[in-house]
Design a protein around this ligand. Structure first.
Ligand code: SF4
Ligand code: SF4
Ligand code: SF4
Length: 506
């Protein structure tokens, strides 16, 4: 790459953008590019003056990487833009060798021991010992594989709680960060999306302790207990959601989750696109794929169709999409609107174009006429087969949820007299937290903030109190020795058999 010093204003934006420190500001306050440059074009994307352009052919000994669409030209002994691949005498090799599990075990830490992975008893139905000055309702002990184990259970009211709802759909819901409402009450917001899914964050301590806290608590519990809820995204969609069921978005029931973005579908289904049409375009709100320009198409031997797309180009055959209520969650209502034009030297009358969504729910085929216009035609057999292949690989659209709670507060007093020791034991895998018997994921760092898949917890296990706070069954399981060392309530330990006998007699 070279910089046109006539145009360069010396702003330095390219210096920051370059992943390899290949650009510097010369004393003249103009950008200058060294031979570390691998032609990744990151600088060209940010230059406000379009002052950077391709230079003369790269020097000898460079190797082209094809591990991503950037296609870096890497000098001898140097790495590409991602700093993963190094050019060793013309061969590109990964600069960290393949790691065995043993090599990384120290970082991962010890797994939970088998004997403490499952609780002796669950917290469901245990009750609570508010205001936490007393030991937890049940502290039970039993012997597993010759080792004494203790489980402490309680139904803890948690003000620090909320629920993350995952909706597997490409249907438009609203702007990221938009408030989620019940009537006029704000109960959460739309989060950043996950692969193929929209995400909602509902509740959380600030909303639970706000003026609409009761409605928020009820909502969290309803979602967790797999009841249907009706929500509205501000300036977005009306939602009917129920964990385990397909979402209903603006009255339309979700059927399929997208198979991947438009670019991913090129690699996934390229062999089916080949021969299906002279061009295949897959519309998607994140990345739109154009097969004959995409690396996958090139590798499979597709010839560039000459079509130009009306979208912002990322890398060849990959275009950034936008969000909307049209095809593939984009604003494109008429699939032909994605076509900006074509090169008449390459695109010939009679050529066909297949345009589809990533879910393959909608697909259309067009033929280029002598007049230069595209007319719709029936899907040709190979195009139909390609679309069916995409559709059959989509998972069903459904709603899932993880409950997020913080139990690092006063509820710990029912477990131990030295609460910090419980936190440490949890983080060091010496004690295991479960929710209604279901495994939790503990957020790293301090405190005891956990996530649990609500579908692994028995229905009606979640409740709320009008403080407002949600109430969740918790179990802490550890070795008896560990429990005594952390200042556990030794005097309240009961034999598991006694507790089970008592339960039976009720
Ligand atoms: S971003 Fe463009 S204008 Fe700014 S210093 Fe770099 S080359 Fe010059
Ligand atoms: S093309 Fe990439 S490596 Fe080269 S100067 Fe620009 S940002 Fe740096
Ligand atoms: S994988 Fe890394 S080195 Fe290879 S082309 Fe992409 S950014 Fe460059």
């Amino acid at each position: 790459m070279i910089v046109d010093w006539e145009t360069c204003i010396g702003c330095g934006v390219c210096v920051e953008a370059c992943p390899l420190q290949a650009v510097s500001l010369a004393p003249e306050k103009k950008a200058s590019i060294s031979n570390l440059c691998v032609d990744c074009k990151a600088c060209t994307k940010v230059c406000p003056k379009d002052a950077i352009r391709p230079g003369p052919e790269a020097g000898e000994g460079r190797a082209q990487c094809s591990s991503c669409p950037i296609c870096c030209l890497i000098p001898l002994g140097k790495t590409g833009a991602c700093q993963r691949f190094v050019n060793r005498e013309g061969n590109l090799v990964r600069n960290i060798p393949l790691q065995r599990y043993e090599d990384v075990q120290e970082v991962i830490g010890q797994d939970h021991e088998e004997i403490i992975r499952e609780p002796l008893i669950t917290g469901i139905g245990a009750g609570t010992t508010y205001p936490d000055t007393k030991p937890a309702p049940y502290i039970v002990q039993s012997n597993r594989n010759g080792i004494d184990v203790v489980t402490v259970v309680t139904e803890a009211p948690l003000s620090y709680s909320g629920i993350k709802v995952k909706v597997d759909t490409d249907q438009y819901m609203g702007q990221e960060g938009a408030p989620v409402l019940i009537g006029k009450k704000r109960v959460g917001h739309l989060c950043t999306e996950e692969y193929g899914s929209k995400m909602l964050s509902l509740g959380g301590v600030n909303l639970l302790t706000g003026k609409d806290g009761l409605a928020v608590a009820k909502l969290i519990v309803d979602v967790a207990n797999r009841r249907e809820v009706r929500l509205k995204v501000e300036e977005g969609a009306e939602l009917i959601l129920q964990v385990g069921k397909p979402p209903v978005i603006d009255g339309e029931t979700g059927e399929r989750m997208r198979v991947g973005c438009g670019s991913a579908s090129m690699g996934l289904f390229g062999r089916y696109y080949l021969g299906a049409a002279e061009e295949v375009i897959v519309l998607d709100a994140h990345l739109i794929g154009q097969f004959t320009e995409h690396t996958a198409g090139k590798e499979l031997g597709a010839k560039y169709s000459g079509l130009r797309l009306r979208a912002r180009r990322s890398t060849p055959g990959r275009y950034f999409g936008e969000h909307g209520r049209g095809w593939g969650g984009t604003p494109v209502e008429n699939p032909l609107d994605i076509l900006e034009g074509f090169d008449p030297q390459i695109a010939r009358p009679g050529m066909t174009v297949l345009i589809t969504e990533t879910t393959a729910k909608r697909a259309a085929m067009f033929r280029l006429e002598e007049s230069g216009k595209f007319t719709p035609i029936e899907l040709l057999p190979k195009a139909k087969a390609a679309v069916e292949m995409m559709a059959s690989n989509c998972q069903v659209s459904r709603v899932s949820a993880v409950y997020a709670g913080g139990s690092g507060g006063s509820a710990r007093a029912g477990v131990t007299k030295i609460p910090v020791k419980l936190n440490l034991a949890i983080h060091e895998n010496r004690a295991k937290l479960t929710v209604g018997g279901a495994p939790t994921y503990i957020l790293p760092g301090g405190g005891i903030s956990f996530l649990v898949d609500v579908e692994k917890v028995r229905v009606r296990a979640f409740t709320y109190v009008p403080t407002p706070a949600t109430v969740v069954p918790l179990e802490y399981t550890m070795r008896l020795k560990e429990y005594l060392e952390m200042g556990g309530h030794a005097e309240s330990i009961r034999k598991l058999e006694d507790v089970l006998r008592e339960l039976k007699s009720r």
